[in-house]
Design a protein around this ligand. Structure first.
Ligand code: AMP
Ligand code: FE
Ligand code: FE
Ligand code: ZN
Length: 282
């Protein structure tokens, strides 16, 4: 059993349609795949149908843009049902994503790298959650940079000249809402970038106490050392430890489908924490 619990489609910042992604999952030898587009459920209905065609088990998911102590943290929700409070928060995140675009385009202009809103909308056409990767794609299309990665490291990453922040949902509220909505809550790549400093052992234990189900330990952004440090903390807190590729199609270079996977026993436990049949599918 090969299980990949975190992937993206063009409905956020991946480069495959949900249908293409499910067929690629089967071709990559996966038995189970979760689609976790950023801040939207919009691709899940299409993905579920395509997964049935492709013969792969589908897990409906979402990756919610959260904030904790001023640091960006991504929260995965699996089998998340309807919840008005959560939907209102997601709407606010998506609105904030769109509202920051003019400021990012002004920063690009000031840097001598003009990109128009029409160009960003042309590359982000399938998503209600426009992100920096789409701005990066527009920069690639202009020939300013060769890859998304280069766009981020020179211009779009935090601290770089074009960066503009956006709203993120309070992490604790996110966990509570996902649980109230009947879903399972797993913190994505908890110790990538700045989040290692704020997601301490004590904090993870506290979140386990309010319902957090797991942490994504095996992730391309986590070094061997980070994984070794994180495991005993997760075990002590009673958190499940998942593994996933965080596949973004051609948008990320070290995230091939199934490059990291979740142990089948862990998945069996996780699946008891949500009801995929009650999940919102778009
Ligand atoms: P946003 O949420 O719009 O601020 O953008 C964050 C997204 O950018 C994350 O979901 C990542 O998938 C993506 N990202 C961050 N760094 C890079 C990078 N170096 N190359 C490609 N994508 C990246
Ligand atoms: Fe992404
Ligand atoms: Fe993420
Ligand atoms: Zn992701």
């Amino acid at each position: 059993m090969r299980i990949d619990l975190h992937t993206h489609s063009r409905v956020s910042d991946g480069t495959d349609s949900p249908t293409e992604l499910m067929h690629k999952a089967r071709a990559a030898g996966l038995d189970v795949i979760a689609l976790c587009d950023h801040d939207t459920f919009a691709g899940l209905g299409e993905a579920k149908h395509a997964a049935a065609d492709a013969g792969v088990e589908f897990v409906p998911g979402i990756e919610i843009s959260c904030m904790y102590l001023g640091v960006s943290v991504h929260l995965l929700g699996y089998g998340v049902g309807a919840h008005a409070g959560l939907e209102a928060e997601l709407e606010q995140v998506r609105r904030s994503r769109s509202e920051r675009l003019p400021r990012m385009l002004a920063n690009l202009e000031a840097a001598g790298l003009p990109v128009t809103m029409a160009e960003v909308l042309a590359v982000s056409r399938d998503t209600p959650a426009i992100g920096r990767p789409h701005v990066a794609d527009a920069m690639v299309a202009r020939g300013y940079v060769a890859t998304r990665d280069e766009a981020f490291s020179h211009w779009l990453a935090e601290g770089r000249p074009v960066y503009v922040g956006r709203y993120g949902m309070d992490l604790e509220t996110g966990i509570r809402y996902v649980k109230q909505a009947g879903g399972a809550a797993v913190i994505a790549h908890p110790w990538s970038r700045q989040s290692k400093a704020v997601l301490t052992a004590g904090v993870l234990e506290e979140f386990a106490g309010i319902g957090l189900d797991g942490v994504e330990v095996d992730h391309p952004d986590h070094s061997v050392e980070v994984r070794q440090q994180l495991r005993p903390i997760a075990i002590k807190a009673g958190l499940l430890m998942t593994g996933s590729s965080d596949h973004h199609g051609l948008g990320k270079l070290h995230n091939d489908l199934g490059c990291e996977t979740t142990d089948p026993r862990t998945f069996a436990l996780l699946r008891t924490r949500f009801d995929a049949d009650r999940a919102v599918l778009g």
